[in-house]
Design a protein around this ligand. Structure first.
Ligand code: NAD
Length: 491
């Protein structure tokens, strides 16, 4: 199977006819190919999106009309949920139950933005009192135009949908560029969008490498807004591309999120949330709670239980039932994560648990859940985003210490705090410099609530009404409503 690009309502081969092998990370076998777009294809897609926005019906439809189409998309995703989830497992490696969650969430996200856009349209004209009776001033929301959306491989469909659903709801046109490692579910999304009633040119899909397809999209002068999720390094390049023509940009980047456990917390519950926070999706989660801080009198007990529970995690092909940890997405990612572990070993930091390929799995990019304890604060494993099933655990003495250690990071995406004392949780949550703080849990994510980070974790917020506002320009319309001459000529 070789997939095609989706441009102006049609599936077409890329101009240069190139393709990229798609490898199942559990088997290391090539099982498909995706089209490898280059600058010419990107230009064709952007021109289609531009034409659809400037002259097409989508932007002129009411929010209710667009909402009906978004609900069709949600319904079609649900009808194909099992097939898309299976593709996601083969492409990305995640366990099937997690892939089903992702695809279900993607469908929900379309329904949610259909409702929200209708609701916002009903209250869209805000009247502003400018303090002068001669003027009538109102504020309206205008779709931002052509959106260039570039997304990563860790939640291949869901990260795309977090952009596509609100952008479509707002009336924008889109060119979507998924990761070259995991594009297949986005190809399925294009097929669904083709059948759901979205006019030609409104949604376009470009698959290919970052340098050959992503960069020309980021630099294209006819793109009005860039919406990016991925690494800090690429995010910085996207921002530089946007700076050249002063285009708006939203960035969802990496993290190194802390999880603070106070001594009154239930250790059993803490261990379960810590494991979910770092090992689901193989730890390839931007908000993974990868730095655990435990109050010192409970530190030995928690560490012992965490290591014991981590060793029970079932590792294997995500298509098999009962598997909790699949392979990492690619050989490159596997080597990168192993590189962090080996570098730590060379510095005398030995894993308290894991740190190797599981002995029973000789094929596939599998790695044991790995725990480092008593980790130097200046080590790479403590400071840098590893993006794998690797967690560092350190003790802390006081609440103030916990906050200081948690905030001592260049990232600020997420954080978690655990204690029976809810006032303390609230106090700590407010002191943490992160866009998302979980209390007595880690990772639950809702389409209704804002998602995004402080510091190097990004700019702007996705999801909720914040996510929809990403795709609007704000316009004031001010009318002179007096019969009196303005009087500029009158001395
Ligand atoms: P990446 O930056 O390597 O790639 C992301 C996307 O950018 C891919 O589609 C890639 O092809 C494209 N790209 C690469 N170079 C480009 C260039 N020069 N110009 C334009 N596009 C280019 O990231 P990744 O490895 O795919 O994803 C992992 C990263 O994503 C992690 O850092 C993770 O934290 C982050 N992430 C963040 C969030 C969030 O919500 N904050 C969510 C998921 C993932």
């Amino acid at each position: 199977m070789t997939t095609a690009l989706f441009i102006n309502g049609e599936f077409i081969a890329p101009v240069q006819g190139k393709a990229i092998d798609v490898i199942n990370p559990a088997t290391e076998q090539v099982f498909a190919q995706i089209a490898a777009a280059t600058a010419e294809d990107v230009d064709n897609a952007v021109q289609a999106a531009r034409g659809a926005f400037d002259n097409g019906p989508w932007v002129r439809m009411t929010a209710a009309e667009r909402g009906a189409v978004l609900r069709n998309i949600a319904q079609l995703i649900r009808e194909r949920l099992e097939m898309i989830a299976t593709l996601e497992v083969q492409d990305n490696g995640k366990p099937l139950p997690e892939a089903r969650w992702d695809v279900g969430d993607a469908a929900f996200c379309f329904d949610y933005y259909a409702d929200l856009a209708e609701d916002m349209a009903a209250h869209s004209e805000e009247t502003i009192d400018v303090g002068d009776d001669r003027f009538r001033c109102k504020v309206v929301q205008d779709p931002v135009g052509v959106v260039g959306a570039i997304v990563p491989w860790n939640y291949p469909l869901l990260m795309a949908v977090w952009k596509v659903a609100p952008a479509l709801a707002a009336g924008c046109s889109i060119v979507l560029k998924p990761s070259e490692l995991c594009s297949l579910s986005c190809v399925e999304l294009a097929k669904i969008i083709q059948h759901a009633g979205v006019p030609a040119g409104v949604f376009n899909l470009i698959t290919g490498y970052g340098a050959e397809a992503g960069a020309p999209l980021a630099e294209h002068p006819l793109v009005d807004k860039l919406a990016f999720t991925g690494s800090v390094a690429t995010g910085s390049r996207i921002m530089q591309a946007a700076a050249k023509d002063i285009r708006t940009v939203s960035l969802e980047l990496g993290g190194k999120s802390p999880f603070i456990v106070f001594d009154d917390a239930d250790i059993e519950k803490a261990v379960e949330w810590i494991m979910f926070g770092i090992f689901w999706n193989q730890g390839q989660v931007c908000s993974a709670t990868s730095r655990v801080l435990v109050q010192e009198n409970r530190y030995p007990a928690l560490l012992e239980r965490l290591c014991a529970e981590a060793q029970k995690i079932t590792i294997g092909n995500g298509m098999q039932s009962g598997i909790l940890l699949g392979p990492l997405v690619s050989e490159g990612q596997y080597q990168k994560v192993l590189g962090f572990i080996n570098q730590a070993r060379e510095q005398g930091i030995q894993p308290a648990s894991g740190g190797k390929r599981p002995a029973h799995l000789t094929t596939g990019y599998f790695l044991q859940p790995t725990i480092f304890a008593d980790v130097p604060l200046d080590s790479a494993v403590w400071k840098e985003e590893i993006f794998g099933p690797v967690v560092c655990v350190n003790p802390f003495a006081t609440e103030a210490d916990a906050i200081r250690l948690a905030n001592a990071s260049e990232f600020g995406l997420a954080a978690a705090v655990m204690s029976h004392d809810l006032e303390r949780c609230d106090r700590v949550a407010k002191a943490l410099r992160a866009g998302i703080v979980w209390v007595n849990c880690s990772q639950p994510t809702f389409s209704q609530a804002p998602w995004g980070g402080y510091k190097k974790s990004g700019i702007g917020r996705e999801l909720g009404r914040w996510g929809l506002n990403n795709y609007f320009e704000t316009k004031q319309i001010t009318a002179y409503a007096s019969d009196e001459p303005w009087g500029w000529y009158i001395q």
